[in-house]
Design a protein around this ligand. Structure first.
Ligand SMILES: [Cu+2]
Length: 224
């Protein structure tokens, strides 16, 4: 190997490493080629550039109490299992990736008009995937991904719940039986009340039970 070739190889590896760091890649990278050996480099992504991911699940089979019966609720899914959404701790001034998996297949009307429209997210949209809108196929070169949809609103007859923080002008409508991904940044520290704005609770107007109880369809977001 001439010194020129060697220099070029080193340069290519350096550029590749920088590119992977810039892309926020976290993992082991195998770079082959120098003297027939494989160089394995571990690059750790930095927390400040990657989004903070929070996973919420909406489930419907929890028995609120013997009088009310079953009610829908938002739950946090984390490394240690199921958590309460009564006090959701989120970082301030960092991009948040909120993933909501909704197991509720029913629609409900709105308490607050127009809260089927997205607000406060990156690009003013949320990405929705469901069993109805993913329709990939197998092509000659591999799977052809098709489906999922970035939407700026959800039709009322398909609206199941919302994740809404009025103080932050954040509104994430959630369709029936879907997974929703939203990106947003909370630009100030504080405690903000989150609500679901559909009539998914109990009582004559659907605003009691889960809808008026922290840890079910409302709670606090504590941003720090
Ligand atoms: Cu709800």
């Amino acid at each position: 190997m001439s010194s020129r070739t060697s220099l070029t190889s080193g340069f290519v590896i350096a550029v590749l490493a920088v590119a992977l760091i810039l892309a926020g890649y976290g993992g082991a990278v195998a770079i082959g080629g120098v003297g027939g050996k494989t160089i394995t480099t571990t690059i750790t992504s930095t927390n400040s550039t990657s989004p903070y991911v929070v996973n919420l699940v909406i489930a419907t089979n929890s028995i609120f109490n013997s009088t009310v019966g079953d009610q829908p609720g938002y739950f946090v899914l984390g490394p240690s299992g199921l958590g309460s959404t009564e006090n959701l701790s989120l970082p301030a001034n960092r991009l948040i990736e909120l993933v909501i998996t909704n197991y509720d297949d029913g629609a409900a009307s709105l308490v607050v008009p127009n809260d089927n429209v997205v607000s406060g997210t990156t690009g003013g949209t949320v990405f929705v995937a469901s069993n109805d809108n993913i329709n990939a196929s197998q092509g000659a070169a591999g799977i052809v991904l098709q489906g999922g949809e970035a939407v700026s609103s959800v039709p009322m007859d398909n609206l199941s719940h919302t994740f809404t923080i009025p103080a932050l002008n954040l509104n994430i409508p959630v369709p029936q039986s879907s997974t929703v991904v939203a990106y947003f940044t909370i630009t100030k520290a504080g405690t903000f009340i989150w609500f679901c704005e559909t009539t998914c609770g109990s009582g004559a107007d659907g605003t009691e039970g889960a809808m008026s109880t922290a840890g079910w369809m409302t709670g606090n977001v504590v941003a720090s």
